[in-house]
Design a protein around this ligand. Structure first.
Ligand SMILES: [Zn+2]
Length: 140
């Protein structure tokens, strides 16, 4: 895989077969992931907003800080993923680990890719995220 936008190296390999089908790129509003639906084959895209990425980077579900996006955790694969469906009712897997989210966020910050609005939204989340982490006995 020479093209960086072709997905995540961490998902290569047998244990997570199929997850390397995700393409992704950073945009001013968030991290855009694209993949083909496993049920109907149609290409589907999802924009993970930067505040969502920040939540995942902190191992906090976006819904825990009042966002409308509902994420779940896959215990066996140790990944977080937004609970979204294709129009055909097929489940769409857009996986992200906290480690990946941290790297995606850091890279986007360093490259100046994040919009001022998204930066503001993330600032507003730092308090609530820190509170949740504290409640869980984790350091923020
Ligand atoms: Zn589908």
């Amino acid at each position: 895989m020479s093209n960086e936008s072709r997905g995540f190296g961490i998902f290569e390999g047998d244990a997570v077969a199929g997850f390397d089908q995700v393409e992704a790129e950073s945009t001013p509003d968030g991290y855009k992931m694209t993949r083909d639906c496993e049920s109907c084959g149609r290409e589907q895209s999802l924009l993970i907003s930067w505040p969502e990425v920040l939540c995942v980077a902190s191992s906090v579900f976006p819904q825990q800080v009042g966002m409308q996006d509902t994420w779940a955790y896959h215990q066996k694969l140790m990944i977080m993923f937004p609970q979204v469906q294709c129009g055909c009712q097929g489940k769409l897997m857009f996986p992200m680990t906290p480690q990946q989210a941290k790297k995606i966020l850091t890279d986007a910050v360093n490259n100046g890719q994040i919009s001022a609005q998204a930066n503001q939204a993330m600032q507003a989340l730092r308090g609530p995220i820190a509170q949740i982490m504290q409640a869980q006995g984790r350091r923020s």
